[in-house]
Design a protein around this ligand. Structure first.
Ligand SMILES: [Zn+2]
Length: 385
């Protein structure tokens, strides 16, 4: 049996223990100590990481009454080792896990929400509730949760007797056998949970809902607490600062500045489309009529405009009306139209002649061409169906 120091003191990060066993399992060593401050995964909280003597603890899990540390090297049974839990990681996880209890307890009290999913990630966590919550409700819950932080309430751990449990109101009242560990934040939440928590709610710092989305008839929240919330704030401030410098707008006025930019962009797009249409009509107008083929190379990036040009050129050509325009990697893209030639049938020969790929309808095909401008021009102008 392993003495679980993390239940005696959730803020114990260094300890000395005796190695009871060390067994190799593939490229890992499974080490059991007489006591440990390493929390094995449980209650949605991942296992602690850190070091034991000279080896790294990569994972830890419970097996029966023991905690098994999965390490990257061996330790000798019987020897005494110093354990060091990754303090920063554990503190962040406790800030977030305790914050989750407060949010879930508050959502339950306010709106009868059940927590039906919890995942702790690397810099935020997700919490699923079985009921949809709108923005106003989420704000209420978030504010009340942060009130609970500000009140610096104690986080109490108890192990009630079976009789006491039977009449006790608490969340996660299910599939629990043996001692049930109750984590209580007075007036806010009471929940069965096996993970280590902060000692008092002030330690959490801040509870911030980052995002909410519909999820299986309820809602999935992305949440960051404590240092993770600070990191999130820093990232967002960094990006707001960069955007505000780019737009020459105050940091909290970037949204209207972006809206103005989008309006300007839309107006330019419209103007650009009108100009390219004018240019296309001009190009088509100076093209002499011919019974043969027309082959133009144009630097028009917009395929709709190219198609329009081909449409106009088809009026002037008895054969192919072909427009080639530059494309990254493939050389050229093309659109070819014709009033007389069935292009679906001719596509194979045309593609063979210009190193191309593509197809389409009898009156219009499009694709790419790998041959040089000179080769393409010679082939298209000489083409007859
Ligand atoms: Zn919990």
């Amino acid at each position: 049996m392993t003495q679980k120091l993390y239940y005696i003191d959730s803020h114990l990060f260094t300890f000395t223990a005796t190695v009871l066993r060390c067994e190799q399992n593939r490229d890992r060593w499974e080490i059991v100590l007489d006591e440990t401050a390493f929390f094995p995964e449980g209650g949605g909280q991942p296992a602690d990481r850190g070091t034991l003597g000279g080896v790294r603890v990569l994972d830890a899990h419970e097996r029966g009454s023991e905690v098994v540390h999965c390490c990257d090297g061996p330790l000798e049974a019987g020897c005494s080792v110093e354990g060091r839990v990754d303090r920063e990681l554990r503190l962040c996880r406790m800030q977030n896990h305790s914050g989750e209890h407060i949010l879930s307890g508050t959502a339950h009290r306010f709106y009868g929400c059940e927590n039906v999913g919890f995942h702790m990630g690397e810099r935020e966590m997700t919490i699923d509730f079985d009921r949809e919550l709108d923005e106003k409700e989420l704000r209420e819950i978030e504010t009340a949760a942060n009130e609970a932080v500000r009140s610096n309430l104690p986080v109490r751990i108890t192990y009630p007797s079976a009789e006491e449990l039977a009449v006790l109101e608490y969340r996660s009242k299910k599939e629990l056998q043996g001692d049930v560990r109750i984590v209580e934040i007075p007036g806010v939440d009471r929940c069965a949970c096996c993970a280590p928590h902060v000692d008092s709610t002030g330690e959490i710092g801040v509870i911030k809902i980052l995002n909410s989305e519909r999820h299986r008839g309820g809602v999935r929240l992305s949440v960051a607490c404590g240092m993770w919330a600070l990191e999130d704030y820093r990232r967002k401030q960094q990006s707001a600062t960069e955007i505000s410098a780019l737009l020459s707008a105050k940091r909290d006025e970037v949204a209207p500045a972006v809206q103005r930019l989008l309006r300007e962009r839309d107006a330019l797009k419209e103007k650009n489309a009108a100009l390219s249409m004018e240019m296309i009509q001009f190009k088509a107008s100076i093209q002499p009529e011919t019974d043969g083929n027309i082959c133009l190379f144009e630097n028009i990036p917009d395929e709709i405009a190219v198609r329009e040009l081909v449409n106009l050129l088809m009026e002037k050509s008895g054969g192919l009306a072909a427009v080639f325009f530059p494309a990254p990697e493939t050389g050229y893209r093309y659109i070819i139209g014709s009033r007389r030639i069935d292009l679906r049938k001719a596509a194979r020969d045309i593609n063979a002649g210009i190193g191309g790929r593509g197809g389409g309808k009898p009156e219009m095909i499009q694709g790419s061409a790998a041959a040089s401008e000179e080769e393409i021009r010679r082939f298209i102008l000489g083409f007859s169906a």
